[in-house]
Design a protein around this ligand. Structure first.
Ligand code: NAD
Length: 251
């Protein structure tokens, strides 16, 4: 028995990193998954890997800032797998730029389009399909930077704070539809997202002094939390925040 038997999920930004770990874990637990990204080569490879292991996953090109891409992905999911039960809004970027004064307006807007507007568009287009299934679960990937003002990029922190509260508004508006919505707040996770840190052992060591568990999260450490919130095990959870940060924000 899989924890997601019979469920159909969409995961954004899932060609690599945490999203890819969720594709593997969800299909392993019996879900059928449509996943999207802008990295088509990596997405196609992951689809083949999952199918080889007997899982059911379909990759489609998805730029989360494009409403038409979301429309098409939800249509594809319903036509291919017959329903939609779960949406994971996972795609996200950060800025290399340090400091508000050095952030160009175009950089700010580009980040907001992906991290914030992308979550809005995914939610907007998934809701009618979730309602047709009798309800479902939306999991939005925020960050510890969505809870406290850490992080070198104010734009990133602001965008993840917005995701945190958009999650609560979604939960309140759609409880009547039996659609749950929760946010996940990872600390530093070992993915290409923090490549600069991974390439700089001194900086990494310094960063880890601020993590009580003393290590980075693996993509699976976070995916287990997402799996729980996506599944019926979290049936009474909505509008809540799941912090997976090795104790970072406890201090
Ligand atoms: P990652 O860079 O490996 O994965 C992010 C994915 O999003 C990539 O595959 C990327 O191609 C995709 N993406 C970027 N722009 C997109 C767009 N316009 N449309 C569709 N897909 C797009 O990083 P990750 O660590 O797996 O990040 C996943 C989520 O976790 C992000 O929302 C990130 O902000 C968040 N997060 C990461 C960390 C960390 O330390 N890695 C910590 C807290 C939160």
């Amino acid at each position: 028995m899989g924890r997601l038997d019979g469920k159909v999920a969409i995961i954004s930004g899932a060609a690599r990193g945490q999203g890819a770990a969720e594709v593997r874990m969800f299909t392993n637990e019996g879900a059928k998954v449509c996943f999207g990204d802008i990295l088509d080569g990596e997405g196609i490879k992951l689809e083949a890997e999952v199918r080889e292991l007997g899982g059911e996953a379909t990759y489609a090109h998805l730029d989360v800032t494009q409403e038409q891409d979301w429309r098409q992905l939800v249509e594809l999911t319903e036509s291919k797998y017959g329903r939609l039960d779960i949406l994971v809004n996972n795609a996200g970027i950060t800025l290399a730029t340090v400091g508000i004064e050095n952030t160009a307006l175009e950089e700010w807007q580009g980040l907001m389009d992906i991290n914030m507007t992308g979550v809005f568009l995914g939610t907007k287009h998934a809701i009618p399909a979730l309602r047709r299934s009798g309800g479902g679960s939306i999991v939005n990937i925020s960050s510890t930077a969505g809870i406290v003002g850490i992080g070198r990029s104010a734009a990133y922190t602001a965008s993840k704070g917005a995701v945190r509260l958009f999650t609560k508004a979604t939960a309140i508006q759609h409880a009547k539809d039996n659609i749950r919505c929760n946010s996940v707040h990872p600390g530093p996770v070992k993915t290409p997202f923090i490549q600069e840190l991974l390439d700089n052992p001194k900086q990494l060591e310094e960063r880890l002094t601020r993590v009580p568990l003393g290590r980075l999260a693996s993509p699976e450490d976070v995916a287990y939390g997402v799996l729980f919130l996506a599944s019926d095990e979290a049936a009474y959870m909505t509008g809540s925040e799941l912090v997976i940060d090795g104790g970072t924000t406890a201090e």
